[in-house]
Design a binder for this molecule. Structure first.
Ligand SMILES: Cc1cc2nc3c(=O)[nH]c(=O)nc-3n(C[C@H](O)[C@H](O)[C@H](O)COP(=O)(O)OP(=O)(O)OC[C@H]3O[C@@H](n4cnc5c(N)ncnc54)[C@H](O)[C@@H]3O)c2cc1C
Length: 411
């Protein structure tokens, strides 16, 4: 089991002391050349993918780096800044987390882009719903990078309508036997454990016959197969379970109470994707598009100017909303409807960006002219539609907002 860091109980005397501690830790990583606000067209990398879809060998090497980064953070007492001390967390506030996040963006660190599901969704669910031994075992190990987790909810016939999952869990002595298939599972190919939603049957009704488990992704009977998407990459998978044994102490929540557990994961998913920490924030800065129209010689075109202004207004409004949401959370509030608004705004702004750059770049988007910042947008444009779907579709987000914020009747 992962050793808990001594730093777990250290409370900094002031924000300044904490800033100094972060600075000391981050000094080992080189400063980033192009941080937000200092973006210069033509300098540094022009890669702007939405999904991280490297060749799987390259990716395996990156995962080693990510795990090392998490271990360094953990050993320095920065691996789970807001986490409870009893599970190795530092017990500090979201303000401290935000200080660290802001400072770490100024450095070339491996970052947590490959851990959005693991740390942003599964870990908070384990904290809220798992049995004590599972919390002790998995929470430190997820935060120090020993383990990575994936989310196994969607099935070929159960996506938006998640309550209709058909994967079965059947009692077997002190445990359960799981059989069925999941689809669109991001990160399954490098995950060690998975949060899996199953049907446990019964007559209690659609939302009362679901049960959530933590499953070992290397257990006999688990098969992971890559799914290639239109960007050419394979960031997600189909996962098949054939009579896979799971001990009962790996159940999260009561039998039949899996829907409540799923809601915890889903609300954290919206927060993780729509919040300020999601990987694409640099793409949402105005400078990139202002400099693009100048560099590509269309800054005087009245239609382009009109569309640029429209795009920048949407990016600005989304940013203000993210700041509002972050302020609510700093004040101890739960991820509320702002998270759904943030997820929807992100997806819609990605569509707007894709349409805008597509119009400006024209043929340079589909044929590689070796010109900086042109063909490099192709993976973004092809990846943007996926953001409308993953983490809850735009239509489902609108339903959530209509029902929970506007109080309209359920659809
Ligand atoms: C990039 C990406 C990553 C993903 N990662 C994961 C993952 O890690 N784990 C996981 O479990 N799943 C994952 N998914 C799956 C994702 O959660 C589902 O694709 C999504 O919930 C939609 O389900 P579906 O594909 O079955 O579409 P459907 O639910 O069949 O929807 C089809 C269409 O009908 C619309 N629709 C459905 N219901 C309603 C309604 N009530 N009102 C109005 N319109 C409706 C939808 O908006 C959509 O346009 C991922 C998907 C993507 C694209």
């Amino acid at each position: 089991m992962t050793a808990l860091p001594e730093a777990g109980a250290r409370v900094p005397a002031s924000d300044d002391v904490f800033v100094e501690e972060c600075r000391e830790f981050l000094a080992q990583f080189p400063p980033r050349a192009a941080v937000s606000g200092a973006f210069k067209w033509g300098e540094g990398t022009d890669q702007v993918p939405i999904f991280e879809e490297e060749d799987r060998e390259v990716e395996a090497a990156q995962i080693v780096e990510v795990r090392r980064w998490r271990r360094q953070l953990w050993d320095a007492g920065l691996g789970w800044i807001t986490g409870p001390v009893e599970y190795g967390g530092r017990g500090l506030s979201s303000r401290h987390q935000q200080i660290f996040d802001t400072m770490s963006r100024q450095h070339d660190v491996p970052g947590n882009g490959k851990l959005t599901v693991s740390l942003g969704m599964v870990a908070p669910t384990i904290l809220a719903h798992a049995e004590e031994p599972a919390r002790q075992r998995y929470l430190p190990a997820l935060h120090d990078g020993t383990l990575i987790a994936c989310q196994l909810f969607s099935e070929p016939d159960a996506g938006s309508d998640l309550a209709s999952v058909s994967m079965r869990a059947v009692r077997d002595g002190d445990g359960w036997r799981l059989t069925g298939s999941k689809v669109w599972t991001s990160c399954a190919h490098y995950s060690d454990i998975g949060e899996v939603m199953c049907s446990t049957g019964g007559d209690a009704g659609r939302h009362r016959n679901l049960t959530m488990f933590l499953v070992d992704m290397n257990a006999p009977g688990v098969t992971v197969r890559p799914l290639r998407q239109m960007t050419g990459g394979a960031a997600f998978n189909e996962v098949h379970f054939d009579d896979v044994y799971v001990a009962d102490d790996h159940r999260m929540g009561d039998v039949g109470d899996g829907w409540r557990v799923a809601l915890t994961t889903l609300s954290n998913e919206r927060k993780a994707i729509g919040g300020d920490g999601f990987g694409g924030v640099g793409l949402l800065s105005a400078e990139r598009y202002q400099q693009m129209v100048v560099a590509l010689g269309c800054a005087d075109d009245p239609v382009v100017r009109q569309e640029l202004a429209d795009l920048l207004i949407h990016l600005r409004v989304a940013k203000l909303n993210r700041l509002r949401s972050a302020a609510t959370q700093r004040a101890g509030g739960p991820p509320g409807p702002e998270a759904s608004i943030g997820k929807l705004e992100l997806s819609m702004n990605y569509q707007r960006i894709a349409a805008f750059v597509g119009q400006i770049l024209g043929p340079r988007l589909i044929a590689d002219s070796a010109e900086w910042g042109t063909y490099a947008w192709a993976p973004f444009v092809l990846g943007a539609p996926g953001m409308r779907i993953g983490g809850g579709t735009d239509e489902v987000m609108r339903n959530v907002l209509a029902e929970r914020v506007l109080g309209l009747p359920k659809n």
